[in-house]
Design a protein around this ligand. Structure first.
Ligand code: FES
Length: 107
């Protein structure tokens, strides 16, 4: 597992989420839940919507395409809480104001 610099902490305000490209290869959704940064795969397992462009309420992000909701702490889909519809989550840490995301994600 290695940590990759993804964004400055100021780019993800509390109560918001955003999509970020990582090393030109994949996207992650960073979510700020009351100051805690959580990261999950950006691609919605339903049809590929960008979860980081969705709406964050508490620790639930709603996909902008068809509204499926996911717990950003676990990746679990609230509509279909089965492993096949869960989103992989990445450990995160903040070093000198930089959000670092671990790859690969945790299962
Ligand atoms: S693509 Fe996310 S709910 Fe359909």
């Amino acid at each position: 597992m290695r940590y990759i610099d993804v964004a400055h902490i100021s780019e993800v305000e509390p109560g918001t989420c955003r999509s970020f490209e990582v090393e030109g290869e994949c996207d992650v959704a960073l979510c700020n839940v009351d100051g805690e940064i959580l990261a999950l795969q950006d691609t919605c397992p339903h049809a590929g919507g960008p979860l980081g462009e969705g709406t964050l309420e508490g620790n639930i992000v709603q996909c902008p395409w068809h509204g499926w909701a996911f717990d950003v702490r676990t990746g679990q889909c609230l509509k279909n809480p089965v492993p096949a519809w869960s989103v992989p989550c990445h450990p995160t840490r903040v070093e000198n104001g930089i959000i670092q995301v671990a790859f690969p994600p945790e299962p």
